[in-house]
Design a binder for this molecule. Structure first.
Ligand code: MG
Length: 98
């Protein structure tokens, strides 16, 4: 789906269901993904269900970013945290090789 269409649907969902409802949906969908991951770790899950719940989480997280208008702040946090992760791994690899 095109990004513009995706954003339109998110906005319509927020307007139609309301901000509070969509915040609750994020929590519900994260719980469903948590359940599927737990099932998979107990060898009772399956990848299609994980994919389904992960999609639900991504859809609701996108709406949450719109509700709080924090797209740029999230991207900045991701850049900072990914750079920190890369630096930490490089230091750990270096220490392992000493
Ligand atoms: Mg779900």
């Amino acid at each position: 789906m095109e990004k513009e269409q995706e954003l339109k649907i998110y906005n319509e969902a927020i307007d139609f269901f309301g901000v509070e409802s969509q915040k609750i949906m994020v929590i519900e969908e994260m719980s469903e993904l948590t359940k599927e991951l737990c099932k998979e770790l107990r060898s009772r899950g399956d990848i299609p269900h994980i994919a389904e719940e992960l999609a639900d989480v991504e859809i609701t997280l996108a709406q949450l970013k719109m509700i709080y208008n924090i797209h740029q702040a999230v991207e900045e946090q991701k850049d900072y945290k990914l750079n920190r992760l890369a630096k930490n791994m490089a230091e750990l690899k270096k220490a392992q090789n000493q």
